[in-house]
Design a protein around this ligand. Structure first.
Ligand SMILES: Nc1ncnc2c1ncn2[C@@H]1O[C@H](COP(=O)(O)OP(=O)(O)O)[C@@H](O)[C@H]1O
Ligand SMILES: [Mg+2]
Length: 308
């Protein structure tokens, strides 16, 4: 059954930094159980938009509704308390702290009372291990430093944390951009898991392939303006690419397609996940990827013949 109203309703948001117009009249809605991709080249305004959603910036004009109610956040903590969790690209984790400490980040369970109150290490470790397990990441020792995890796994700690603390909206700013193919697929997989748990996910990327693999809707930003929001059924990946890339599209298309082909090859040995609801979503992604790569090869072949 379709929910009556969106989780997040961004209405005509603009944001200026002095004379720089970072956002101009951007609107978008995010529904529970959907992955809404925010696409655009560097400087398009993606981070600025999600920073206004997560309480880092206040919009210069326009408004944001959460569950139908206008909101104005003063800080990311404020936004988090209202169920909007943002995983910023760089400040997600403290490398020297344990996985468990990073997971709880000041919300650790305690035991005892008054002066005897102390950090309940066993419970915290168990919860951290269980929550990571739920998303398919096997952490043998949650007291190990987060810095010993791969980049993808670190992103997953941040995402698992957001889900565990009851986020309704999960915002991921370029979670896969700095990652290799294999690690990126771990993150994509958990994005599918978050959707299966009915969160609304805002997935920011300038990598159309990653976005296409998990996205239900796509909003494309270009120089602070929106080029519109498109349902996956309304648009093709190539159209999204050319919207983002503009004039350089053919060259970029080729490079992106190669990257995509490599990604698919690396995934070919992919195993099935037993994780219930999310598994179906993952399988759908895998099928999309397989189909996409076949189409890409065809497209590349046509393009090669055209050029010669
Ligand atoms: N704090 C800031 N002060 C001044 N200009 C900013 C600030 N943040 C972003 N901008 C500018 O706003 C525009 C959009 O940036 P950003 O939202 O980071 O883009 P994206 O995340 O899509 O790469 C850029 O021109 C950028 O230089
Ligand atoms: Mg950015």
């Amino acid at each position: 059954m379709a929910p009556a109203r969106p989780l997040i309703d961004v209405q005509d948001i603009s944001k200026q930094f002095g004379s720089v117009i970072a956002l101009s009249g951007v609107s978008m809605t995010v529904w529970p159980g959907e992955v809404h991709c925010l696409l655009g080249d560097n400087g398009a305004g993606k981070s600025t938009l999600i920073k206004t959603l997560s309480g880092v910036h206040q919009p210069s004009s326009g408004r944001i509704l959460l569950d139908g109610e206008p909101i104005l956040f003063n800080s990311p903590r404020d936004a988090l308390d209202r169920g909007i969790a943002t995983v910023f690209q760089d400040l997600a984790m403290i490398p020297l702290m344990s996985i468990t400490r990073n997971f709880f980040m000041g919300r650790e369970p305690t035991k005892g009372f008054g002066p005897f109150r102390r950090f309940d290490v066993e419970t915290a470790n168990r919860v951290a291990r269980e929550e990571m397990q739920k998303i398919g990441i096997d952490v043998r020792d949650p007291s190990q430093a987060v810095g010993t995890l791969s980049g993808g796994e670190r992103q997953c700690v941040a995402i698992a944390r957001a889900v565990y603390f009851g986020a309704k909206v999960l915002i991921l700013d370029e979670p896969t951009s700095a990652l290799g193919v294999k690690q990126a697929s771990v993150v994509l997989r958990y994005v599918a898991q978050a959707r299966a748990r009915n969160l609304g996910v805002i997935f920011i990327s300038h990598n159309v392939h990653h976005a296409w693999a998990v996205g239900d809707k796509f909003t494309v930003l270009n120089r602070g303006k929106t080029l519109g929001t498109f349902d996956k059924s309304q648009i093709t990946r190539e159209q999204l690419l050319s919207m983002m890339a503009g004039g350089k599209e053919l060259e970029q298309l080729g490079a992106e397609l190669e990257e995509f082909a490599r990604a698919d090859a690396a995934r070919a040995g992919g195993r099935e996940s037993p994780l219930e609801a999310g598994a179906a979503a993952e399988a759908a992604i895998a099928a999309t990827l397989r189909q996409e790569v076949a189409e890409d090869r065809e497209l590349l072949e046509v393009e090669r013949r055209r050029r010669h």
